[in-house]
Design a binder for this molecule. Sequence first.
Ligand code: WTA
Length: 690
Amino acid sequence: HLRHVESMKILPSGAGNISRLNAVILGESLASEENDLVFPSEEFSGQALVSSPEKYLEMYKRSIEDPAGFWSDIASSEFYWKEKWGQQVYSENLDVRKGKIKIEWFKGGVTNICYNCLDKNVEAGLGDKIALYWEGNEPGVDGTLTYSQLLQNVCQLANYLKDIGVKKGDAVVIYLPMLVELPIAMLACARIGAVHSVVFAGFSAESLAQRIVDCKPKVVITCNAVKRGSKVIHLKDIVDAALIEAARNNVSVDVSLAYENHSAMNRESTNWKEGRDIWWQDVVPKYPTTCEAEWVDSEDPLFLLYTSGSTGKPKGVLHTTGGYMVYTATTFKYAFDYKPSDVYWCTADCGWITGHSYVTYGPLLNGASVVVYEGAPNYPDSGRCWDIVDKYKVTIFYTAPTLVRSLMRDGDEYVTQYSRKSLRVLGSVGEPINPSAWRWFFNVVGDSRCPISDTWWQTETGGFMMTPLPGAWPQKPGSATFPFFGVQPVIVDEKGVEIEGECNGYLCVKSSWPGAFRTLYGDHERYETTYFKPFPGYYFSGDGCSRDKDGYHWLTGRVDDVINVSGHRIGTAEVESALVSHPQCAEAAVVGVEHEVKGQGIYAFVTLVDGVDYSEELRKSLVHAVRSQIGAFAAPDKIHWAPGLPKTRSGKIMRRILRKIAARQLDELGDTSTLADPNVVEQLIELADR
Ligand code: WTA
C-alpha cells in the first residue's frame, strides 16, 4: 500500500515539493502528527480523473503558463455557446496602480447557464436521469425530478416571470428554504437573463429589507412557511415585514410570489395582501413548459449574493455568466472526481455561495444527480445524514466542519448503524477543518476509504481555489493542500512582499481565474479598496495561511473583522451595529472566540447607557436585538458586561486585548500601557463570569 512520490519541482505558486514524506498505510488508524500523509488507495487513483501528483502538475503547469488555452479548451468542448467569444479569452487588471480593476472571461461569448444545466443534458440523452432527489424534513416525505421535468418546471416559472414583466438584467430576490423550488427559481432567473439574489431564509426581515433596498427587485419569490426540525417558521410573514420596511425606504416590490408549502402550513392560515401576493401553485403551472433561453453575453451578470465584510453594510458580490459557468463545472468535476454514476449530496443551503456553486450550478452543469435536503441534519436524530446517504446511495458527500464536529460529539453509533458503503468521496468547506474532526470524518464516516476534498474558497471566488484532487494528492488532515488549476495563491507579509517556502502570512491570489467576482454591486470602489488595495497587484482573500515544508497550504482563519460561525461568515461590525441599536446599549465590541462545535462563537462586550444595570433580562433583549436585525444564526453566545472598553488614547478599541479576555488567556494580554485607561482591563476580567 505504500506509495512514495518522487521529488518534484516547486512550482512558482508553491504547489510544492512532496518528497521526503512519511507515508501512512491507508486504512490503518492514523497517527496524530500533522505531517502524516493519507494516500488515496491505488484502486481509487486508478479510476480517478487525475490519478497522480505528476498528472496534476502537468495540468496545473499548463493552466498557469497558458490560461487562455487551458480554459478555452474546456469552455469550447464542454459547454454550449450560441456564439463563440471574441479574440481574447480573458483580460484583466488586478493592479490598482495600473488603473481600474477589471476581470473579463470569454467576453463576447453568447450563452445561457440554465440551457447548459438542463437543455444540453436533456439533448445528450439524460432527460430521464434524476436531476434532483428531494428529501423533506420528515423522513418518508420526498420526491424526484428528472432533467426533463426540471427543465419543464423551470420553463413554466421563467414564462411566468417574463409575463409579469421581469426582463434581462432585472433583479429577483429569492427567499426560500431548501425546497426544489429554490434551484428552480434560480434557474428560471438565469434562463431569462434576470439576476437572482438569493437571501438565506435564516436572515431576519431587517436584513432581507436591506438587501431588497440595495438591489430593488421586481419580484420576491418565497413560500408561506417551512418546518425545520419540529419548528414551523413563517417565512412569508418575514417577507411581508421586509417589504413594509423596504417601502419606508422608497423601494416598493410589485409582486410577492409565494409557494404554498403544504407540509408546514396551509394557505388559509397564511397572511395575505391582495394585489401583491400570488400563490405559485395558482399561476406557474398554467404556463407553457418550454421557454426559449435568453442568450446573454458571457460577462452579463448572473447573480448577486450579499456577504459580510468588515463594515456594517453587506457587500453585493456580483458574478457573471460565462466564466462562472466554466469554473464551477470544472472545479466540481475534478475536486470530487465526478463520474456520471455518482449521486451527490451537499448539505449547504442555496442561500450561501456553496449552495449556488455546488448544489445548483456546478453539479447540474455536469449532469449529476443531486440530493436536496430540506431539514436539519440531526432531525429526527443524529443518524439522519447517514440514513439519507443509504437511501439515495450517495457517493459524494460534501459538508462543513461544524456539522462533522457536532455529529462526532453525538457518538459513532449514529454513524455505524448505517452502511454508508456507497460513499467514495467526502468534502469539507466553510472553515479550516481541525485534524481530529478530519480523522473522525475519514475513519468513521468514510471507513478510511474515502478521500476528503477540503475545499478552500469564498463567495468572491465563485468556486474552489484550493483543494486536494482526491485521486492525486496524498492528504494531510487539516490542509487544503494545493491550488486548483489556474489559481496562483501567494502568501505575503504585512508589506505585501511574497514569501517563498515554509512561511505564514496573508493569503492573496495573483492573476484572475474564470470564476472570480467582477465587482460589488453598485460599489466598484469598495471592491477595489477591500480586495485589491491592501496588497497592490494581488487579490487579497482576508484569510491567513501558512505553507509547510512540503508546500501544503494550511488556512489559519480570517485576519479581518469577519468571524466564521458554523461556517457562516459574520461581520463583527454588523453584530455591533445590531447591539448598539438597542436603546440601553451605549457601545459594543464583538470578537470571535474558539467554540468546540461552531468553530468560532460570537463574544460581545457591551457597555450600557449611564444608569442602566446589567441583568439577565437585558442580556436576553440584547441577544434578541441581534436575532431580529440579522438572524438567529448571528446571536451572540456570550454578552460580557463592560463598564468601559480598552481604547487607545486616540479612541481606537484594542480588539487584541478583547480577544484575549474572551479566550480567558489572561496572561497573554500583552502591553496594556498604551491604553487610555489601563484599569478597564481589570474591571473586565472581574466581570468575566458574571
Ligand atoms: C473560510 C464559503 C479554511 C475562509 C465557501 C474564507 C475556509 C471564508 C474553507 C469564506 C476551508 C472556507 N478551509 N477556511 N476549506 N472554506 N473557509 O464566503 O475564512 O461564506 O475566507 O464562502 O470561509 O466564506 P464564504
